[in-house]
Write a protein that binds this ligand. Structure first.
Ligand code: VG1
Ligand code: CO
Length: 542
């Protein structure tokens, strides 16, 4: 096969957001669109020639076609070898694991994560660096800049697809393509981190679990780990076959988009434990019988119980959370004498902290939890960590939560999303909030003590990131955060994050929406939501 240079012109807006470039499938299927972006990535990677890349995706519509294009371009750009998951599948955490396990130069992950898939849905692509983590901002910015000026891309002149259905080596131009088992490296890593014997013991004693893979990429991983290795009965994993359109669902593990699981866990026949993960397998939702664990609490609980987890015992150095994530983990860190870092939204900001061993666990309120075992958040990892804790303590999920709150206090937390709102109106709201300081004024009967637009200086590499979201804090420790989504593909999504601390155990049983009701009302007034957007009702509450 010949290498050819194809003349092209830039597409506006090929700018990676919170997690890679995400657009509708229709945008991605325009001739040259994907090719341009991939070439922009390759162009800014120094020393790519002769290296090994990892490629895989969440199996959504356009995954296979995209991978074939990427393989032909990688070969044409001098990549020596590509490791690709069988059938083009690799969950995001597994891709991170494979990059690290094989010492690859980096990897391309095809996913729009929790966004719906299918011909009318979304697609996405992101580049991860050699530590297995998302490319840092300076690299994604360089890719964007390059995409705006390139005039040609390089590709192998062939239409014959590489067979990705069988494991083993193939040759494509001058490049080796190795099709790997997408689960093997990842499963081996999980066995090193957790007490599989204790978890298997739980299942042997009749402990029941329902894991909803939401027809997304975690199905094969969950079948292999939970059922095959840990002995949970068949049927423990539901919706376990990855489908290009996720069965028409919205593969976002929360109480709104996983309604069947939610109904099961709060119904009369609830199993002991319930969990779900998202399109690309990096998010997780944790439920017990009649109990929902907020992701912010989950991070705090894992940190508090690290001594039960073989892979972490005696080596936890710190914790990091994204800015809008609740401060529940901060309280645990303080009690344990560990540092707690507050970073901008998106997993790419945790990489330097993990590499420098400043943080061991990381978390985001958006159902993301993880550790230094890879450089992505990891849905199934969180599920295994919780199972390990339940096995070690002999407690139920509800008891673990109750005991945690009794010891550290409870941080009531909620996020209200207003999806698909008018972009100009949303930007005007943020601009207004960047205006005169509200410090000293009253908010929900409290006094505002902090009002800023979050900026971050990375303590390891000194890089700075501005304008990451408005923070409003009151004298009693309540907090409102306002920011716009960087992963959406339609209009704008406004995210409002609210929390308040409660020390009194007699009040820990309250429903979060009830406990935060006065803050919700005050937020609607302060932001004049109805006036600006025509409605003050959120589309999704998590
Ligand atoms: C959202 C979440 C953020 C997460 C990101 C990627 O970003 O809020 O915490 O890191 O999605 O997750 P945004 O900019 O829309 O708020 V995933 O599972 O979509 O890769
Ligand atoms: Co995801």
């Amino acid at each position: 096969e010949r290498v050819i240079d194809v003349a092209t012109t830039p597409f506006a807006g090929q700018k990676p957001g919170t997690s890679g470039l995400r657009k509708t499938v229709t945008v991605f299927r325009q001739p040259h669109y994907l090719e341009n972006f991939v070439q922009a990535v390759f162009d800014v990677l120094e020393g790519l020639e002769g290296q090994t890349l990892v490629v895989g995706g969440d199996g959504r519509y356009f995954n296979q076609e995209a991978i074939q294009i990427i393989l032909r371009m990688a070969a044409a750009n001098g990549v020596a070898r590509v490791l690709v998951g069988r059938d083009g599948l690799l969950s995001t955490p597994a891709a991170s694991c494979v990059i690290r396990a094989h010492g690859a130069f980096g990897g391309l992950i095809l996913s729009a994560s929790h966004n719906p898939g299918g011909p009318e849905g979304d697609f996405g692509i992101k580049y991860n660096i050699g530590n297995g983590g998302p490319a840092p901002e300076r690299l994604t910015e360089a890719m964007y800049q390059r995409s705006q000026v390139l005039s040609r891309y390089r590709i192998l002149d062939t239409d014959t697809p590489v067979d990705l259905s069988r494991e083993g080596d193939r040759v494509l131009g001058g490049m080796r393509v190795t099709v790997i088992d997408p689960v093997a490296d990842y499963a081996a890593l999980m066995e090193q981190l957790f007490d599989f014997k204790a978890i298997a013991g739980l299942f042997a004693r009749g402990f029941t679990l329902c894991f909803d893979a939401m027809h997304a990429v975690t199905g094969p991983y969950a079948h292999a780990l939970l059922e095959d290795r840990l002995g949970a009965p068949r049927g423990t994993v539901i919706n376990g076959t990855p489908l290009p359109d996720f069965g028409g669902g919205h593969p976002d593990p929360n109480l709104t988009y996983a309604p069947e699981l939610a109904a099961l866990m709060f119904g009369p026949n609830a199993p002991d434990f319930g969990a779900a993960s998202d399109g690309d397998g990096d998010r997780n939702m944790i439920l017990g019988r009649g109990a929902f664990v907020t992701p912010s609490d989950s991070l705090a609980v894992l940190l508090a119980h690290a001594e039960h987890l073989p892979g972490y015992r005696g080596r936890v150095t710190g914790v990091a959370r994204s800015m809008p994530t609740s401060r529940a983990a901060d309280r645990v860190a303080e009690a344990l004498g560990l540092p707690c870092f507050e970073t901008p939204t998106g997993w790419k900001f945790f990489g330097t902290l993990l590499d420098a061993k400043l943080a061991t666990f990381c978390g985001e309120e958006s159902f993301g939890t993880g550790s230094d075992h890879v450089r992505e958040k990891d849905g199934l990892w969180a599920v295994l960590a919780w199972l390990n804790i339940l096995a070690a303590t002999g407690s139920s999920v509800a008891d673990v939560l109750r005991e945690h709150w009794a010891r550290f206090g409870r941080t009531f937390y909620t996020r209200h999303d207003h999806e698909g709102v008018d972009k100009d109106a949303a930007e005007a709201l943020i601009a207004d909030l960047r205006g005169p300081s509200l410090v000293g004024q009253t908010f929900a009967g409290r006094t505002v003590v902090l009002h800023d637009d979050f900026a971050y200086t990375d303590p390891v590499d000194g890089s700075t990131t501005q304008a990451q979201g408005i923070r409003l804090q009151t004298d009693d420790g309540a907090r409102l955060v306002v920011r716009l989504s960087g992963t959406g593909t339609q209009g704008a999504t406004l995210r409002l994050y609210l929390e308040r601390f409660e020390a009194d155990p007699a009040k820990h049983g309250l429903d979060a929406q009830e406990a935060l009701a006065d803050l919700v009302l005050a937020t609607r007034d302060l932001l004049r939501l109805r006036e600006r957007f025509g409605s003050e009702k959120p589309t999704v509450i998590t």
